[in-house]
Design a protein around this ligand. Structure first.
Ligand code: PGA
Length: 290
């Protein structure tokens, strides 16, 4: 059975006082919510602040990025061993880093390996742009990002991937439940083809992009979706809590058939087997212009 995970990506928001207040409110509101792993990812400078408030709670801490090396001349970067002293999770390959900070698939791959090597749990993001979706290239892009990002990675059970269509991030235009389910199904099949069927079953795949309290149930009703990565709206404690505690369909997760054998690791091969092709569809949606 896959444990759903909801993560809040604070991006470059908050100050020390608001970060502290948000953590206090979340601790109050969702610490006791069972059946879902809860993660908050504040900016680097507020990780210690957040940790001091969240220590002893069930809310896990994550960072928003990591360098692939420790103890090197890399001005401004934060290495995996340093982060492992503070956090459990780390977001890697977010589309904002891919688009604005040069995080190629190869860089993502280095970061994923380094994070796992340091004992961190990556949340590896993949997703197509609107142009790519409209050109019917969603499948090609997702497969490329997965093959590049997971190349020769020793994949632990429960590894986390976030499917975040770039056109849905921060736009207020979320994917439909069907679109998310279809893309996440494709990702799961590709992971199975690359890393073995057990890894395909156990990998947790989140949907991210304009998730709000009004649409979370639609995503959670999809058999492939293992909960959400929430961006800007995770800055509001009530709103983030509503996502974490909303009652989801009782049969969820319908597709959770992971075998009960103990933890295994499967190296993702470079000699790829093609995953079954998914039915392609166009979004037909446009980026909000206001
Ligand atoms: P959003 O961002 O929820 O604000 O669309 C999602 C993300 O960037 O992870």
């Amino acid at each position: 059975m896959r444990t759903p995970l909801i993560a809040g990506n604070w991006k470059a928001h908050t100050r020390a006082d608001t970060a502290r207040a948000l953590c206090r409110a979340l601790r109050e509101l969702i610490d006791g919510v069972d059946g879902v792993e809860k993660v908050v990812c504040p900016p680097f400078v507020y990780l210690t602040t957040a940790k001091s408030v969240l220590d002893g709670s069930a809310i896990r801490l994550g960072a928003q990025d990591v360098h692939w090396q420790d103890d090197v001349a890399a001005t401004g970067e934060v290495g995996p061993a340093m982060l492992a002293e503070l956090v459990e999770y780390v977001i890697i390959g977010h589309s904002e880093r891919r688009a604005n900070f040069g995080d190629t698939d190869e860089v993502v791959n280095r970061k994923v390996k380094a994070a796992l090597g340091a004992g961190l749990r990556p949340i590896m993001c993949v997703g197509e742009t609107l142009r790519e979706r409209e050109a019917d290239r969603t499948e090609e892009v997702l497969v490329r990002q997965l093959r590049g990002g997971l190349k020769e990675v020793d994949l632990p059970d429960g590894f986390v991937i976030a499917y975040e269509p770039v056109w849905a991030i921060g736009t207020g235009i979320a994917a439909t439940g069907n679109q998310a389910n279809e893309a996440i199904g494709l990702i799961r099949r590709e992971v199975a083809a690359m890393c073995g069927p057990e890894k395909g079953e156990s990998v947790r795949i989140l949907y991210g992009g304009s998730v709000d309290p009004g649409n979370i149930a639609e995503f959670m009703a999809q058999p492939e979706v293992d909960c959400a990565l929430v961006g800007g709206a995770s800055l509001n404690a009530d709103s983030f809590s509503a996502r974490a505690r909303r009652p989801w369909p009782s049969n969820w997760p319908a597709a959770s058939t992971a075998r009960s054998s103990g933890p295994t690791r499967g190296r993702c091969t470079a000699a790829w087997t093609s995953a079954p092709r998914s039915r392609r569809r166009r979004s037909g949606r446009r980026r909000r212009t206001t």
